[in-house]
Design a protein around this ligand. Structure first.
Ligand code: FDA
Length: 583
């Protein structure tokens, strides 16, 4: 009996999904324990591209400044280069991650936060530190062994790997954020679709000063079309900046069906020198590892009181940088719901909306990441090197793109089209911030979702239609400027209305009392504490001034009314009761 530790939520894993869950729960004042098998956080830089939606989430959690202080800024991210080697001839460039002049405005208009680049080795400790400072009990060198659950909670067997001592943690709920080989997901038998280990990759991290090859065309990714780059890997060879411009990570493929390559220091140095294109480059190898590419997602994310998040439910190549981002966003969706249910401000049925809302996203991002890998093939085809069997043939064909002939001209046209199509990986704001939820945690009227007018992968739908993400607009007064995302806090619901919608605000105060939930009320307008400084909100809210927009704690629209109704209190009460399953 002495060996049972009690908590509200046990989180297995301290990666992006686990540490973010710990932070969000601690921000809500929910007792939580986070265990991780190892003695520290990620030991390789793996994830780095941190998209706008994740930055918004981290901003809401109060750590955006800390992340930006360690990150490589947006303007150094995106002069993406395609080349024969870093020192060799260029094949083409394309500005990315919102750095293309014609897309930059889309990024700036959509969010108070721009993308940035921060290696996982730096991001995880920031999230974990803040979670722990705000209440999380973080247990390193502690392994999840198994669990049982009943109507009241989950009993989890864990092993202290330092002492060899096994003990039980009793939690109301458990989150399995234990990565792509998740034992928690296996134990609750989550249904999976797709395959694991469909391609072979190796990561080599190294130090070398490459400023002279990178600083004038700053990018986080340099794609290399070198003999062998058409086998396995991410679709092409990659030299990725870890820190500008002296710390790097190479991703190189191998045939998963053949014998795994022997990767020793000498072999690693040779691969780095080949991709950089300098035969006697001074290289300090920091580490190397082999890993498999996956194409698998869970179609259901929960069993009873146990939920999975992160790579445990979506396993895919790093192409497009969706893994860590989506993992953090999974936890953002789940944790406000857990907090509301644990505090008895919502019925447990609310938790079912997690799987309904996030499983389609898991499928979508696994499909996209694998699609992004496959979209290198048209570049190989345009270059004519797809089927090159020897290094000599590959090098010979690579030169054909420069030929003064109709064939050369055709290659150049096809090449540019193939490079432009990489926008689906590198300028795909819709994929990154365009998530839409359709569940009982969203209340819609009888009107259908408006038709999409733009490509949903490249552009997000700017609308207050319930289920979509709250549009960003700058609001404020003569002293301050803040986003709609700043004013809608992650710990409570928010309603936005206008001056003639004051009755909604009064009604919200009464509903807040009746349901014992916090509701932030924002009346936007002239002479009010919150003003629509640029008219951006007016242009985006899609409801009349006396209408109302209800925003969930994860800043997705929960409901809206176009105009004032006869009994706003009854209307709000009905919506909140349905949304929170409080009837
Ligand atoms: P993750 O695998 O990070 O963490 C799992 C945690 O579970 C660890 O803390 C581990 O100790 C713990 N654990 C496992 N088993 C346990 C047990 N039995 N008991 C206790 N603890 C246990 N993503 C992105 O968004 N942008 C990007 O740019 C990139 N780039 C990128 C490049 C490369 C080369 C790679 C390989 C990957 C990326 N990614 C990425 C993907 C990203 O790294 C990945 O999606 C996240 O790490 C997933 O986070 P999780 O928290 O789900 O699992």
């Amino acid at each position: 009996k002495d060996d049972v530790v009690q908590t509200d939520v046990l989180i297995v894993g301290s990666g992006p999904a686990g540490s973010a869950a710990a932070l969000f729960l601690s921000n809500q004042g929910i007792a939580n324990i986070m265990i991780t098998k190892y003695r520290w956080t990620a030991n390789t830089p793996r994830a780095h591209i941190t998209n706008q939606r994740t930055m918004e989430v981290l901003r809401d959690a109060g750590i955006e400044d800390q992340v930006l202080a360690e990150a490589v800024p947006h303007e150094l991210m995106g002069d993406t280069v395609y080349c024969e080697s870093l020192a060799g001839e260029e094949i083409g460039r394309r500005p990315t991650w919102g750095n293309r002049p014609d897309r930059r405005a889309d990024y700036e208009l959509a969010s108070p936060s721009m993308p940035c680049d921060i290696p996982q080795t730096l991001l995880e400790p920031i999230i974990l530190k803040n979670a722990t400072m705000r209440g999380t009990q973080t247990q390193f060198s502690t392994e999840y062994l198994g669990h049982t659950q009943d109507d009241e909670g989950v009993s989890v067997q864990v092993l202290n790997r330092l002492t060899g001592h096994t003990y039980t943690i009793r939690a109301k709920y458990m989150i399995g954020a234990d990565g792509a080989r998740s034992k928690v997901a296996e134990d609750i038998n989550l249904p999976m679709e797709g395959d694991m280990d469909i391609g072979g990759s190796m990561n080599i991290t190294f130090k070398a000063d490459l400023s002279h090859l990178a600083a004038h065309r700053p990018s986080i990714l340099y794609w290399v079309f070198h003999p062998g780059s058409n086998i396995g890997g991410l679709g092409a060879g990659l030299v990725r900046m870890v820190r500008p411009w002296n710390e790097w990570l190479v991703v190189w493929g191998f045939d998963i069906n053949g014998k795994p390559p022997v990767l020793d220091n000498e072999e690693a140095i040779q691969i780095v020198r080949n991709l950089v294109g300098i035969e006697d480059l001074e290289v300090e190898i920091l580490g190397y590892s082999l890993w498999g590419n996956n194409n698998q997602y869970a179609t259901h994310l929960q069993k009873g009181r146990v939920f999975c998040a992160g790579d445990a439910i979506h396993k895919h190549p790093p192409s497009h940088g969706l893994g860590s981002n989506t993992s953090i966003q999974d936890s953002y969706n789940l944790c406000w719901k857990l907090a509301y249910v644990i505090k008895e401000k919502a019925g447990p049925e609310l938790l079912e909306s997690y799987s309904i809302e996030r499983a389609p996203i898991a499928k979508q991002i696994v499909t996209r990441a694998n699609g992004s890998s496959a979209e290198y093939k048209p570049i190989f085809d345009a270059l004519g090197v797809t089927d090159a069997t020897t290094n000599e043939e590959f090098t010979e064909k690579l030169a054909l793109r420069k030929e003064n002939s109709p064939g050369g001209a055709r290659r150049r046209t096809a090449l540019r089209a193939a490079l432009d199509a990489k926008d689906y990986e590198f300028n795909a704001q819709g994929t990154e911030i365009g998530h839409y939820y359709d569940s009982t945690a969203v209340v819609t009227d009888d009107k259908p979702r408006p038709e999409l007018t733009e490509d949903p992968m490249l552009h997000h739908q700017k609308s207050t239609f319930p289920g979509l993400r709250l549009p960003h607009a700058w609001l404020g007064d003569e002293k301050e400027k803040y986003s709609t995302h700043d004013i809608a806090k992650g710990t409570c619901f928010t309603i936005f209305t206008g001056i003639t919608g004051q009755a909604w605000a009064d009604a919200a105060a009464r509903v807040s009392e009746r349901l014992d939930i916090e509701i932030t009320t924002v009346v936007v307008g002239e002479g009010q504490p919150v003003q629509d400084l640029y008219g951006d909100w007016l242009r985006q809210r899609e409801v009349d001034e006396d209408g109302v927009i209800l925003v969930r704690p994860d800043k997705h629209i929960g409901w809206r009314a176009y105009r004032m109704v006869e009994d706003p209190e009854a209307a709000l009460f009905k919506v909140f009761s349905a949304l929170l399953h409080k009837e």
